[in-house]
Design a protein around this ligand. Structure first.
Ligand code: ATP
Length: 269
C-alpha cells in the first residue's frame, strides 16, 4: 500500500484525445515512450534509438501532468503504477530498502509498466544537507540503486515518469536519470479554447457560444483552473432553478435548465 494506484491499461479511462492542446508534448511522448513500448523490436539494435528509462514532466500546477501520465499508459498499452513522493518519504520511514525492492520487483512482473512518481522532488529532491532526514536520504539512495539495477531487458518495458512543479529542487543525480525532460506549459488562448471545448462538449450551451471570447478572458488559467471555472458556471442555471422553485414558481412538470451563456463564466471568475 505504498503505491497509491495500480491500474491495467484498459481501465485507466483517459486517452490522449481527452487532453486538450499539449500537441507537442503528446508528440514527444509518442516518440519517447509509446513507440518503444509498443514496438520494442524497432529499438533493440544500435545505440542511437534506445528506449529511455526516465522522463520528467515539469511545469506549473494544474497543467495536466498527472492526466498526461495516465493517458500515456493507455496509449502505450502499459500498466500504471502511481506513487507520490511525499507519501513515500513520510509514511515509510525506515523500510526504504524493503520497499523499493518490492516496488521494482512488482513492476518487473507487471511490465510493460509506467511508474509515475508525482512530486518527484520530495522523493528525489536535492540533498538536504545536515537537516535532511536520514530516512529520506536512504529512500532516495535505495530508489536510485534499484532504478540503476533494472536489467536491460526490463528497462525497455519499465519507465519511470516523474512530475514536478519544482524542477530546480531536483538532485543532479536524478536529473541525469531522467534524461528526457518535457515542459508542460500553461495554455495560450488558442489552447484554452481547445481545452474548454473538451470540458463543455456535453453541456447545453447557448447557440453561438463564443469559445474564443471566453479563452481570451481567461489569461493565465491552467487546465485545472478552466475546469473549476466550468464547474462553477454550470452550477449557475441549477442555482437559478432552485431559487425559482423556492419562490413557488415552476413546480409543474420536469425542471428545465436554461443553456449556459458567456456571462455565467465571467460571473464565476
Ligand atoms: P499538479 O502539478 O498540481 O499535480 P498537474 O499538472 O498534474 O497538477 P492534473 O492533475 O493533471 O495537473 O490536472 C488537474 C485537472 O485539470 C485534470 O484532472 C483535468 O481535469 C484538468 N486538466 C488540466 N489540463 C488539462 C488539459 N490540457 N486537458 C484537459 N483537462 C485538463
Amino acid at each position: 500500500n505504498f503505491v497509491s494506484a495500480v491500474v491495467p491499461p484498459g481501465e485507466i479511462g483517459v486517452k490522449f484525445d481527452d487532453i486538450g492542446a499539449l500537441e507537442d508534448v503528446k508528440g514527444a511522448l509518442n516518440e519517447l515512450v509509446i513507440l518503444p513500448m509498443r514496438r520494442p523490436e524497432l529499438f533493440s539494435r544500435g545505440n542511437l534509438l534506445r528506449p529511455c528509462k526516465g522522463v520528467l514532466l515539469f511545469g506549473p500546477p494544474g497543467t495536466g501532468k498527472t492526466l498526461l501520465a495516465k493517458a500515456l499508459a493507455t496509449e502505450a498499452g502499459a500498466n500504471f503504477i502511481s506513487i507520490t513522493g511525499s507519501t513515500l518519504t513520510s509514511k515509510w520511514f525506515g523500510d526504504a530498502e524493503k520497499l523499493t525492492k518490492a516496488l521494482f520487483s512488482f513492476a518487473s512482473k507487471l511490465a510493460p509498466v509506467i511508474i509515475f512518481v508525482d512530486e518527484v522532488d520530495s522523493l528525489l529532491g536535492a540533498r538536504g544537507g545536515a537537516f535532511e532526514h536520514e530516512a529520506t536520504r536512504r529512500m532516495r539512495n535505495e530508489f536510485m540503486a534499484a532504478w540503476d539495477g533494472l536489467r536491460s531487458k526490463d528497462s525497455q518495458r519499465i519507465l519511470i515518469l516523474g512530475a514536478t512543479n519544482r524542477p530546480f529542487d531536483l538532485d543532479d543525480a536524478v536529473i541525469r536519470r531522467l534524461p528526457r525532460r518535457i515542459y508542460v506549459d500553461l495554455p495560450d488562448a488558442v489552447n484554452r479554447a481547445k481545452i474548454l471545448k473538451i470540458f463543455l462538449a456535453l453541456e447545453n450551451l447557448e447557440p453561438g457560444f463564443q469559445f474564443e471570447t471566453l479563452a481570451n478572458a481567461t489569461e493565465g488559467y491552467s487546465g485545472s483552473d478552466l475546469k473549476n471555472l466550468c464547474i462553477s458556471a454550470a452550477y449557475r442555471p441549477v442555482q437559478e432553478l432552485l431559487d425559482e422553485e423556492k419562490k413557488g414558481g415552476r413546480t409543474d412538470g420536469a425542471p428545465i435548465l436554461r443553456p449556459l451563456n458567456l456571462d455565467d463564466f465571467i460571473q464565476s471568475k
